[in-house]
Design a protein around this ligand. Structure first.
Ligand SMILES: *Cc1c(COP(=O)(O)O)cnc(C)c1O
Length: 359
């Protein structure tokens, strides 16, 4: 039996995608082999990768002057590769610190350049997005880095920062494809696939092509965006099976009606949970209302001594991975695209019951 999986990542995938992958496991489209067994240079796999890219371009309305790269390494590798690929002759970059993932990006970037933390939400325990007016940007920065959805703290940008001529770089790992995005406002968008796209091991980088001439000479070829762009992400062997599953997820999203339709569903799911949290005196959400994530919903019980019983009962009711991140404590429900609304309804029903018994 399948459970409702609230994991922050690797995370739930659409059941129909898993079924299709299972059906195609031994023999993909009459090729007589699994996608896992195919040469990345063969015509079958090249068609799979090309379709995945084309569908992603449709879903996010990616302008023609942006390259889409399917790489390995994950978002944490990109944290180092962003300064390597973007510094050019500059020596510093601006970072907005909204939580744990911002902090990791900053720590990594400091190995390669001077980091100016232009705004930080640390003063209030990372429960909000600092308003644009408060950012102290440096006009000589190579780029401005933001994490537009903090997976651990549950803080999301519901607006697009304007950084003028300085390219905006966004870690979108945990909310990509959950809502429409104006790609043209960004220099670079990147993320790991294992939250809202597919299996771990695939990393997506979407980069404006005029930024491809800024890589430091030390940049490894496998992670050199320009070299990868010139080789259709096949300078090294790409994560072929991950690209295939991502492609199935993109097809699923298109069949569901696209990102704008899925966004409405995500708004409804998040609202179900936040509305319940807000009217309850037993549970609470630490995040500023306007900055709450639709994808990752951290919440606390009135008495943390009840946490273990809450998690045990949830598991008995078919809901797993609700424990919050150790740095925040409490609970966290990750409700990505593939989490059905029934999952959120089941969770809220369970929370009501638990409150009644223990409140
Ligand atoms: C999960 C996550 C990462 C880390 O991705 P890895 O694949 O482990 O490198 C980075 N940023 C955000 C926002 C994430 O949610």
């Amino acid at each position: 039996m399948r459970v409702f999986n609230f994991s922050a990542g690797p995370a739930v995938l659409p059941e129909s995608v898993l079924q299709r992958a299972a059906a195609e496991m031994l023999d993909w489209h009459g090729s007589g082999m699994s996608v896992m067994e195919m040469s990345h240079r063969g015509k079958e796999f090249i068609s799979i990768a090309a379709k995945a890219e084309a569908d992603l371009r449709t879903l996010l309305n990616i302008p023609a002057n942006y390259k889409v790269l399917f790489l390995q390494g994950g978002a944490i590798a990109e944290n180092a590769l962003i300064p390597m690929n973007l510094l050019g002759s500059k020596t510093s970059a601006d970072y907005i610190n909204t939580g744990e993932w911002s902090k990791k990006s900053i720590k990594e970037a400091k190995k390669y350049c001077t980091v100016n933390v232009a705004a930080s939400a640390e003063d209030k325990g990372f429960t909000y997005v600092p308003p644009r007016e408060s950012w102290k940007l440096n006009k000589d920065a190579a780029f401005v880095h933001v994490c537009t959805n903090e997976t651990i703290g549950g803080v999301e940008y519901h607006w697009t920062p304007d950084t003028g001529d300085v390219p905006l770089v966004a870690d979108v790992s945990s909310h990509i494809l959950s809502r429409p995005i104006d790609v043209s406002k960004y220099g670079v968008i990147y993320g790991g696939a294992q939250k809202n796209i597919g299996p771990a091991g695939l990393t997506l980088v979407i980069v404006r092509d005029d930024l491809l001439d800024r890589a430091l000479p030390i940049t490894p070829s496998a992670f050199h965006w320009k070299e990868q762009a010139e080789n259709d992400s096949m300078l090294n062997t790409p994560p072929t099976y991950g690209i295939y599953i991502a492609g199935l997820v993109f097809e699923w999203l298109l069949a569901e009606g696209g990102v704008a339709v899925v966004e409405q569903r995500n708004i409804a799911k998040a609202q179900l949970l936040y509305d319940y949290l807000d009217q309850s005196s037993f549970y609470s959400s630490p995040v500023n209302k306007q900055d709450r994530s639709r994808m990752n919903v951290p919440f606390k019980l009135k008495d943390e001594a009840l946490d273990a019983a809450f998690l045990k009962g949830a598991e008995q009711n078919g809901m797993v991975q609700l424990k919050g991140h150790r740095s925040v404590g409490g609970m966290r429900a990750s409700i990505y695209n593939a989490m059905p609304v029934e999952g959120v309804k089941t969770l809220v029903e369970y929370m009501k019951e638990f409150e009644k018994k223990n409140g």
